[in-house]
Design a protein around this ligand. Sequence first.
Ligand SMILES: CC(C)(COP(=O)(O)OP(=O)(O)OC[C@H]1O[C@@H](n2cnc3c(N)ncnc32)[C@H](O)[C@@H]1OP(=O)(O)O)[C@@H](O)C(=O)NCCC(=O)NCCS
Length: 194
Amino acid sequence: MDGARFRIAREDDAPVVTALVRRAYRGPESRAGWTTEADLLDDERIDTDQVVGKITGPDSLVLLAEDAGGAVIGCCELARREGDVAYFGLFAVQPARQGAGIGRAVLDHAADLARQLWGATRMEMTVIAQRGDLIAWYERRGFHRTGQHRPFPYGELVNGTALRDDLYFVVLAKDIVERPAADESRGERVWSGP
Ligand SMILES: CC(C)(COP(=O)(O)OP(=O)(O)OC[C@H]1O[C@@H](n2cnc3c(N)ncnc32)[C@H](O)[C@@H]1OP(=O)(O)O)[C@@H](O)C(=O)NCCC(=O)NCCS
């Protein structure tokens, strides 16, 4: 892995982010990665307008990881929530680049950014309960199951359908208290690889 360069997405990045998320989460290409929702859902996951909302919305941002050539290879969203909580979502790494530490670097940088921008002390996310491999990965990163569940939004699927009718989310959380030394509040960071 050659590393990655991070920055906060602009509105005109929305189509690229949409394409990356679709490739990583669903459909045949996602199977090149080590974890996918292709056996659970057969829709497009998100549309460009929804991504624009996450990029431009108040207390919301999308973080990008780019390779040396400027191609977007990873992303996540952060949203500020009440109680110094940062919601983490829309997490994706290009399937062919997975397993090289990019995901871990995105997650670490997102936590630092949430602390710097909003003073967040806790990061939360929702994960489909049936995704045991992914939940185990988050647990290795220090997240724990809060015991809370959320319904799966079957009514909000984008141009497609669910392959199961028993999906629901578990809520994972992690305390993020340690502050980074450098000011990276514009989202910029260079990660030189594992
Ligand atoms: C989740 C995701 C962002 C992680 O990105 P990544 O770049 O692969 O992450 P990393 O390289 O940092 O970590 C890969 C991990 O997978 C593990 N792994 C690799 N192959 C694996 C396999 N076949 N089965 C289980 N784990 C595997 C590695 O051991 C590593 O874990 P470790 O760091 O604890 O050893 C990426 O897989 C992805 O885009 N998935 C599809 C979209 C998605 O599910 N997003 C999250 C929704 S909540």
